[in-house]
Design a binder for this molecule. Structure first.
Ligand code: PEP
Ligand code: MN
Length: 263
């Protein structure tokens, strides 16, 4: 179902009125984790003024250590909903457990499946029953074929609104958090008709790598960017080192607009 051979035109996915794919650029911005209403509102307002059209923020966080901040859970979801009402930005947030399928289906505009759950096949099958579009991040060591097959699980179960997200893969290099695979953009474009967006924040793991990789992704034909933005990265509860301050994000989107006009 994801195969380009049987569906030559690009799919355009409607995320609560924001079109993703085709000639549209999805600009997803927001903090790694929802920390408070004030925090998310401040970031969302600034990001929207810079040109972001979707708001991200983790309420349920897949942390490597059980002792790290795990997210605010359902309270985080309520904060995102309140900020959406205030700003009009549809929300993107990660679902980790089938326990929350119904509440996510009701409240979340674009349901994110993180790298660590890309091959949680039972969860993928459940997503097929939902009405909401799905943002499927690439697994830490997933091949293109494995990633596409995970999209296929969701689509074959009844939900064809899938957006792919390249977020870097694990390689022998340890200086950066992951290695951004820019080749995935033209390859996935050739193999599938699904939109593909790029997350340079989790790829590099360093804020100063985000702008060059974001521009490279747009030049390579990505359908959008997912970027972590924080009003106070030094005190962020998660991923501060890779988060842009709102001013940097604003400068980046101006540069991205110039590149998008050329390609
Ligand atoms: C995230 O986007 O917050 C996240 C945890 O990303 P990934 O699943 O790509 O590591
Ligand atoms: Mn993060």
């Amino acid at each position: 179902l994801a195969n380009r051979a049987f569906h030559p035109e690009d799919s355009i996915i409607n995320v609560s009125g924001v079109k993703v794919g085709g000639d549209n650029l999805a600009m997803i911005a927001g903090p790694c984790s929802v920390e408070s209403y004030e925090q998310v509102l401040e970031i969302a307002r600034a990001a929207k003024a810079s040109g972001a059209n979707l708001l991200r923020g983790g309420a349920f966080k897949p942390r490597t250590s059980p002792y790290s901040f795990q997210g605010l859970g359902l309270e985080g979801l309520d904060i995102l909903t309140a900020v959406k009402e205030e700003t009009g930005l549809p929300i993107v947030t990660e679902l980790m457990s089938d326990k929350y399928l119904d509440v996510f289906n009701e409240k979340v505009d674009l349901i994110q499946i993180g790298a660590r759950n890309m091959q949680n096949f039972d969860l993928l099958k459940e997503l097929g029953q939902l009405d909401r579009p799905i943002l499927l991040k690439r697994g830490l060591n997933a091949t293109y074929e494995e990633w596409i097959m995970s999209a296929e699980y969701i689509m074959a179960s009844g939900n064809e609104n899938v957006i792919l997200c390249e977020r870097g893969i694990r390689t022998f290099e340890s200086y950066t958090r992951n290695t951004l695979d820019l080749q995935s953009i033209p390859v996935l474009r050739k193999l599938t008709h699904l939109p593909i967006i790029v997350d340079p924040s989790h790829a590099g793991g360093k804020w100063w790598l985000v702008d060059s990789m974001a521009m490279a992704a747009i030049a390579a034909g990505a359908d959008g960017l997912m970027i972590e933005v924080h009003n106070d990265p030094e005190s962020a509860l998660c991923d501060g080192a890779q988060s842009l301050k709102p001013k940097k994000y604003d400068e980046l989107l101006k540069q991205v607009a110039q590149i998008a006009n050329v390609v």
